[in-house]
Ligand binder design. Structure first.
Ligand code: CUA
Length: 660
């Protein structure tokens, strides 16, 4: 009560007085007093509350960290809208439990066939047209196993997983070139190319970084491995990367954090990686001419390893595809400004952000440099490429932008978000002079990535910033020693009043590494699948779809039994499926529903099969009926009042010989 009373007397920002003139109902004041809410708390609640039936204007697409999934969250309500299954099985969506999605998950297995059922998702990359999100596809990388997944935003389903044939860890992806010509998967820990075995004493000669350029076909909605290529990089542990746009279109910027080429071995008395890899005052920002690299790859100046074309390091140097410029030690993020004129690098062991001029870099690339690294790559001196430095504080990591000429940098060690002004052409957009720190707002705690509205595109919005905090410590009720991460939504709409904290969202499903925030109106997802019998794997009506209920039935051909089964509220047809132990089962299921949200499930107990059949969807599941017995199959979605009756029996007659 005291808090509110004090706030009310403070003039601007105070809560409107209750009652008269259409002001707040007295109950609001009463609740605020009972709960000890401040006027700022009430404003934050009003800015984030979403009345029933109202829709969030923005979507967060969040990496699910080592849950292997992607999460979709509404802004400003911070309501979790969906988890998209990507690299790990997910039963609600029938992902990994028979049917089409299981085949997608299997595509991502190791070339040896070794099954991978988790991933460490890091950077979601929304597809772009002219440097702006186009709402069509979402890409995400798996750092642990060097894989890339393609999600179609018409149905929010994972359509493809590609395993990188020559790398086993990645980090600097996924991100797209301005028209999604390529999806880039940047490397992390150098290994011998193509998993050749080489001892770490041969690190400098045999270990390499590898930048992968996955060619994307937007019509097919698939990555085309045969048209993709890779470029060898020195073994400097490349980190995050970003594609240029506007004046920097055609370039890729990628930083690195072990230009020392430390090889660790603490157990043998060598300096540990953490010391060896942070010895130098500067590391190297890599500048890659990807348009020229694509020409070089297509002209055949490549070596093919494990089916993938690779531009070897000497070729990259000879063809002027790769340049280096020093950057403050152990950097993490490199982020291109919306106008494409600058690349901002945050060195996590340096209190500054360093701003590089694309114009100066281009001039340096044209002039060349006599200074070379041990691999002959030209080094453009820092004083010839740097535009400015802004001192922000401790542990700057990543930077995003808005449409008002402000940049927002996450400060890991400070646990803060720093707002600062861009210079150059941006100087006139806001009242403060360019390259100036204007505010630091504490966040809770240890912020990693940061996001703003479309803040990594050519056309950012404004209003909100999301702080992706790695630790939550004391922000939520104790749920045991494994704590959730914490998304904090900040109001950045009024620069004059400074940023304000609006909302805490616990993330109880693994550390979301990076997120992108997109305007919801860019999306046009299906409400139901466009035709009955639609196969989401092929985006067509499946030839085996049972669109006519009269075609339902069971056909035996030797030891193979094919079941054609339509589903509609509230029955499967047929309801009795009789097979013999050892039969191969091919089960076609088609939802005949046309009503939005009328989803049916198909659970077959004892066989680890569970499908989700959304309205109009078709799936085929194949398995061997190796266990005799009686197995009810039933619908797992509460689809109608007779949902419990949506059931059938799978009779597997024992084989007397097999069971002897
Ligand atoms: Cu169909 Cu429950």
């Amino acid at each position: 009560m005291l808090l509110l009373a004090a706030g009310c007397s403070q003039g601007p920002g105070a809560t409107p007085s209750p009652g008269a003139g259409g002001g707040l109902p007295a109950e609001v004041m009463q609740v605020a007093q009972e709960r000890g809410l401040t006027p700022d708390d009430l404003v934050a609640a009003a800015k984030t509350f979403m009345p029933t039936g109202k829709l969030d204007p923005y979507f967060i697409f969040s990496s699910g960290g080592h849950s292997g999934q992607v999460h979709v969250i509404g802004v400003p309500s911070m309501r979790l809208l969906k988890t998209i299954a990507v690299f790990a099985p997910e039963p609600w969506q029938g992902y990994g439990y028979g049917g089409g999605p299981s085949r997608v998950l299997k595509e991502g297995n190791m070339p040896s066939g070794k099954e991978l059922t988790w991933g460490d998702t890091h950077h979601p990359g929304l597809s772009e047209t002219k440097g702006s999100y186009d709402g069509k596809f979402l890409f995400i990388n798996d750092k642990a196993n060097a894989r890339l997944a393609v999600i179609d935003l018409r149905d929010f389903e994972t359509k493809q997983i590609v395993k990188n044939p020559n790398a086993i860890s990645d980090h600097g992806g996924s991100f797209v070139t301005p028209n999604t010509e390529y999806v880039i998967e940047g490397p992390q820990y150098a290994t011998p190319v193509g998993w050749e075995y080489a001892d770490i004493k041969d690190y400098k000669d045999k270990y390499r970084g590898l930048m992968t350029f996955w060619k994307f076909d937007p019509m097919k909605g698939r990555v085309i491995p045969e048209e993709s290529f890779q470029m060898e990089l020195p073994p400097y542990w490349q980190d995050l990367a970003d594609a240029g746009k506007g004046p920097s279109d055609g370039l890729i910027f990628c930083n690195s954090f072990n230009s020392e080429m430390a090889t660790g071995g603490i157990e043998s008395g060598n300096p540990p990686f953490e010391a060896g890899a942070s010895k130098n005052d500067t590391d190297f920002l890599h500048i890659i001419d990807w348009k020229k690299a694509a020409q070089v790859a297509n002209s055949g100046k490549t070596e093919t390893v494990n089916g993938m074309r690779i531009i070897k390091l000497p070729t990259a140097v000879a063809e002027s595809l790769l340049f280096l410029t020093p950057e403050p030690k152990s950097p993490h993020g490199v982020d291109v400004t919306p106008n494409g004129e600058f690349a901002v690098v945050a060195g996590k062991l340096d209190p500054h952000v360093t701003i590089f001029s694309v114009d100066k870099i281009r001039k340096g690339m044209a002039a060349g440099s006599q200074q070379k690294d041990p691999f002959g790559i030209p080094i453009l001196p820092l004083d010839s490429t740097m535009e400015a430095q802004v001192e922000l504080g401790l542990g700057p990591l990543h930077t995003v932008f808005d449409d008002k000429g402000y940049a927002y940098t996450s400060m890991f060690l400070d646990s803060a978000v720093a707002r600062w002004t861009l210079g150059g052409d941006y100087d006139k957009l806001n009242p403060e002079p360019g390259w100036t720190l204007v505010q630091k707002l504490p966040v809770h705690y240890n912020i990693g990535h940061i996001a703003s509205i479309e803040g990594d595109t050519a056309t950012p919005g404004n209003g909100f910033v999301v702080a992706l905090n790695k630790w939550s410590t004391d922000r939520f009720a104790n749920v045991g020693p494994l704590l959730p991460q914490n998304f904090q939504l900040l109001d950045s709409s009024k620069p004059g009043e400074g940023m304000k904290l609006l909302f805490d969202m616990p993330i109880g499903f693994a550390e979301p590494h990076y997120v992108q925030v997109m305007r919801a109106d860019r999306l046009k997802p299906f409400e139901v699948y466009p035709q009955v019998g639609y196969n989401p794997e092929t985006n067509q009506v499946d030839p085996k779809a049972v669109t006519d209920p009269k075609k339902a039935g069971i056909k035996r051909n030797g030891k193979t039994v094919e079941i054609s089964m339509p589903l509609i509220r509230s029955h499967f047809t047929p309801e009795h499926v009789r097979v013999k132990q050892g039969d191969k089962i091919i089960w076609h299921l088609t939802s005949l529903e046309r009503t939005r949200d009328a989803t049916h499930g198909f659970a077959l107990g004892g066989y680890n099969i569970n499908l989700s059949l959304e309205p109009g969807e078709h799936q085929t599941v194949e398995f061997v009926a190796d266990q005799p017995g009686i197995f009810p199959f039933y619908c797992t979605e509460f689809c109608s009042a007779l949902h419990l009756e949506m059931v059938g029996y799978f009779f597997v007659e024992p084989d007397p010989v097999a069971n002897k």
